[in-house]
Write a protein that binds this ligand. Structure first.
Ligand SMILES: [Zn+2]
Length: 145
């Protein structure tokens, strides 16, 4: 899944899990929904320190450690929003390789496909994101703080 798809899942999670309509919570949920790819694709494809684009941030230990850090910095609601977005990202990605227990389990990391975009998939995900944002505004626009 690409950025629009992950954001669509995050916006939908915000609605489904009935998060309060404030910008901080929504922002943390959405950043959490993108964080695994931002971290790992930067490390793997730009810095070339790891093979592929799923390793250091695509595992449960990174999920838990970053959530604890967010809770410490921003409180339980912030941590819950981060955890929800991050978990949604990992679950959506789970149709393909995810090193769930890295670095405590050895994996043969696939090379990955690099940073590339398929136009038809991007169009579908963008449409999904537009629908999720419409749903969000229909439910939260007047109450957004
Ligand atoms: Zn990912």
């Amino acid at each position: 899944m690409n950025i629009p798809g992950h954001l669509a899942v995050g916006v939908t999670q915000h609605h489904l899990f009935n998060f309060p309509p404030d910008k901080k919570t929504l922002t943390l949920l959405l950043v959490g929904s993108l964080f695994p790819d931002i971290a790992d694709k930067t490390i793997g494809y730009i810095l070339k320190l790891m093979p592929g684009g799923r390793h250091c941030a695509h595992n449960i230990f990174s999920l838990l450690a970053s959530t604890m850090m967010i809770i410490r910095l921003g409180g339980k609601l912030a941590g819950y929003a981060w955890f929800t977005g991050y978990t949604g990202h990992l679950l959506v990605d789970s149709g393909r390789f995810i090193p769930w227990f890295f670095p405590f389990k050895a994996y043969n990391f696939p090379k990955g496909r690099g940073i590339s975009f398929k136009p038809d998939l991007m169009a579908k995900e963008t449409l999904l994101l537009v629908l999720a944002v419409i749903l969000f505004y229909l439910n939260h626009a007047q109450r957004m703080k």
